[in-house]
Design a binder for this molecule. Structure first.
Ligand code: AHR
Length: 280
């Protein structure tokens, strides 16, 4: 669905080859039912380890209980599940999405520190029910709660896609009398929003400030060009750590229940400084 997902997939596939791991890969096309089918197929094939990025947080207990009964360890990568039974997976490798939302909100709060004039924010949410969408909203909302002039006046899912971000932003531009800031849960939706803002004759990054998450190459280029104002990194390069964890769980070694991805933030100067060397 996004430049992030493409980079994440490439990292996993390249890391498997480098680690001598036989990777069976299934692209579920953003559909939970396809992920469940693929997990059942892997169980039938009696694979050593199953790793997946749950597209949404809920609805996994049944199929994960089937994997547990088959004694196949499960690793959650990128996103987690909202299950009361944490014995259904061995470890969760991925970002702290609440912290990402908080970093975005903290930056905006600093930008408007000392101002009391109302600031109208529209939010492009990620996939409904997905951990990054739920958590990035939570972290951002918490961070701006201390600044009553910062208000989210509209919030809608763009499903983490460029086309979704463009369509929702077009609707916001028609429905909202004033938009000062866009908070996009990922770069692809922010890039779609930029198209809509420019088509409406406004200047992204100036007339309407944009905050985004991911720091994929296209997003970093827009940041360097001043069309986006701040990006919180969500590192997709999980492949090496995933292969290390997979080998450990296969060997029956203890692994941490939670492995948090290291990542940072970028302003325009920061993006210009690293753009040439970005891996994704
Ligand atoms: O789960 C990570 C999110 O998934 C990324 O931020 C987004 O680009 C992708 O859809």
């Amino acid at each position: 669905e996004s430049g992030w997902r493409t980079a994440n997939t490439k990292s996993v596939q390249e890391s498997a080859a480098a680690a001598g791991v036989d990777l069976k890969f299934s692209d579920a096309q953003q559909k939970q039912e396809n992920q469940i089918k693929a997990i059942r197929s892997f169980i039938q094939q009696r694979v050593d380890v199953i790793a997946f990025s749950p597209v949404v947080e809920t609805g996994w207990d049944t199929v994960l209980q089937e994997a547990k009964r088959a004694k196949i360890p499960v690793i959650l990568t990128d996103r987690s599940v909202d299950s009361t039974d944490d014995t259904l997976y061995d470890t969760f490798l991925g970002s702290d999405f609440i912290a990402e939302g908080k970093k975005a909100g903290d930056w905006l709060t600093q930008q408007y520190a000392g101002n009391t004039a109302p600031v109208s924010i529209v939010e492009l949410q990620g996939t409904t029910g997905a951990a990054p969408a739920i958590d990035r909203k939570e972290g951002f909302t918490e961070a701006i709660a201390g600044s009553p002039n910062l208000k989210i006046v509209a919030s809608q899912t763009g499903d983490f896609t460029r086309s979704g971000g463009k369509q929702v932003m077009e609707a916001f531009l028609k429905s909202q009398p004033q938009i000062d800031v866009v908070y996009a849960h990922n770069d692809d939706m922010a890039l779609g929003a930029i198209e809509a803002i420019e088509a409406a004759g406004k200047v992204p990054g100036q007339d309407i400030k944009i905050i985004s998450v991911d720091a994929v190459k296209d997003g970093m280029q827009a940041l360097a060009d001043g069309k986006i104002n701040f990006i919180v990194e969500c590192n997709p390069l999980l492949g090496p750590q995933l292969m290390d964890l997979a080998k450990k769980v296969k060997a029956g070694e203890e692994v941490p229940k939670r492995v948090v991805t290291e990542e940072t933030t970028f302003d325009q100067a920061g993006a210009k400084a690293v753009l040439a060397e970005r891996q994704y």
